[in-house]
Design a binder for this molecule. Structure first.
Ligand code: TQI
Ligand code: CA
Ligand code: ZN
Ligand code: ZN
Length: 170
């Protein structure tokens, strides 16, 4: 079953259109257009299941959600750890920070990869967006919010459990 963050934080009902910006891309070799496309697909998984809408904005001042790649310690007390281990983290509503470990071998083309340590960016993005919206981890194996994923695999489709969880909020 799905869970919420302690206290059940969520985006309030008058905020159903959330804007995100992709900043701090210097630490990744993935090009800008590819990043825009991957995150747009990842957000669409959740907007398709809810009344939420997401739009990319170039202006950080306008953004509810800020996405960036960082290596090692990056100022929030949650240092990244190099290849594998922690891949990314996202803060609960309505913080909006979503950070990715620049040291991962991110796969951003939607293909699965057999190279050791490859991590599918879209799969991680779909999971972290669940956290940004207020979901914790699920006990249902196969759910997007289940707390493990095998490296080199792609898991981007919401399961019934993810849909029930998010629809209980939005
Ligand atoms: N990052 C953890 C995660 O997002 C961070 C974390 C640990 C966390 N405990 C938490 C976040 C409790 C919220 C609540 O789960 S991670 C996966 C998965 C990670 C893990 O880098 O380990 C994915 C990031 F689920 F596959 F294991 C993305 Cl998809
Ligand atoms: Ca890492
Ligand atoms: Zn961080
Ligand atoms: Zn998680």
């Amino acid at each position: 079953l799905y869970t919420y963050f302690p206290g059940g934080p969520m985006w309030p009902p008058f905020r159903r259109e959330l804007r995100y910006t992709i900043t701090a891309t210097a630490a990744t070799s993935i090009d800008r257009a590819t990043l825009s496309a991957v995150f747009a697909r990842a957000f669409a998984r959740w907007s398709d299941a809810t009344t939420l809408r997401f739009a990319e904005t170039a202006s950080e001042a306008d953004a509810d959600i800020t996405i960036g790649f960082y290596a090692g310690s990056h100022g929030d007390g949650e240092a990244f750890d190099g290849p594998l281990g922690t891949l990314a983290h996202a803060f609960s509503p309505t913080d909006g920070r979503f950070h990715l470990d620049a040291a991962e071998a991110w796969v951003a083309d939607g293909e699965t990869s057999s190279s050791p340590g490859a991590v599918d960016l879209e799969s991680v993005a779909v999971h972290e967006i669940g956290h940004l919206l207020g979901l914790g981890h699920s006990s249902v194996q196969g759910a997007i919010m289940y707390p493990t994923i095998r490296t080199g695999t792609r898991k981007v489709d919401l399961e019934a459990d993810d849909v029930q969880g998010i629809q209980s909020m939005y």
